[in-house]
Design a binder for this molecule. Structure first.
Ligand SMILES: O=C(CO)COP(=O)(O)O
Length: 253
């Protein structure tokens, strides 16, 4: 049984103090950590306040990106060592917005995934096809390529700990959710790819989230699918009530 993981991706929203208040307000309402893993993915400058606010409460804190080197002449970048130093446990890698707007590639995602493991952080690796690719029936092959390249060179033990977020680009922020069957089909395909690439143990252990217009009204149905183990939620994770409902849905899945 894979523990559901519900992550709120705040993207470039909220001021740091508002983020910390959000956590202080929701933390007592969140279900026990045995039932669900709750994560908030926040802008870099919020992270020290958030890891402090989340201390002793069942919510993990994620960065939305990082560099793969520990230090050096990379102006404007933040390193895995810096994140670990302020107690960040997760890092979102290869979000489609970073791939589209900031030049992230499968190769850089792979370097960052390895760097995350070097610093004992859990990578949440995002994959997903564009509308054009879906219409051309390229979804499976495209997502397969992203998964294989993103996880290349990992040991089985590392691969088991990766979280994959399947986020069809056409469903992000559009209000258009993939139907739960469509989402599950791709997640099942990803699991098959993991089985072929690593082993059955890896494919059974790894958690696959769905992302793209998830909200309290549709999360139960998505989580009821065989291969969807959680959600990566943008817009609907910004409100406290809605975030708590999403995490509760994970606990009840
Ligand atoms: O990109 C997403 C999460 O990473 C999804 O965003 P929305 O939930 O706003 O569609």
């Amino acid at each position: 049984m894979r523990k559901p993981i519900i992550a709120g991706n705040w993207k470039m929203n909220k001021l740091a103090g508002d983020g910390a208040r959000f956590l202080l307000n929701v933390r007592e309402q969140l279900p026990e950590a045995e039932k669900v893993e709750a994560v908030v993915c926040a802008p870099y400058i919020h992270l020290p306040l958030l890891t402090e606010a989340a201390r002793d409460f069942p919510v993990g804190i994620a960065a939305q990106n990082m560099h793969f080197e520990d230090s050096g002449a990379f102006t404007g970048e933040v390193s895995p060592e810096m994140l670990k130093d302020i107690l960040v446990d997760y890092v979102v890698l290869g979000h489609s917005e970073r791939r589209e707007m900031f030049g992230e590639t499968d190769e850089s995602v792979n370097q960052k995934v390895k760097a995350a493991f070097n610093h004992e952080m859990t990578p949440i690796v995002c994959v997903g096809e564009s509308l054009e690719q879906r219409e051309n029936n390229e979804t499976f092959t495209f997502v397969e390529k992203q998964v294989k390249a993103g996880l290349a060179g990992l040991t089985e033990e590392q691969a088991k700990q990766v979280v994959i977020a399947y986020e069809p680009i056409w469903a992000i922020g559009t209000g258009k959710t993939a139907t739960s069957e469509e989402a599950n089909d791709v997640c099942a395909h990803i699991r098959q790819v993991l089985k072929d690439t690593f082993s059955e143990d890896v494919s059974e252990a790894i958690r696959i989230q769905y992302g793209g217009s998830v909200k309290p009204a549709n999360i139960d149905e998505l989580l009821s699918q065989s291969d969807i183990d959680g959600a990566l939620v943008g817009g609907a994770s910004l409100e406290e009530d809605s975030f708590v409902k999403l995490v509760e849905a994970g606990a009840n899945a």
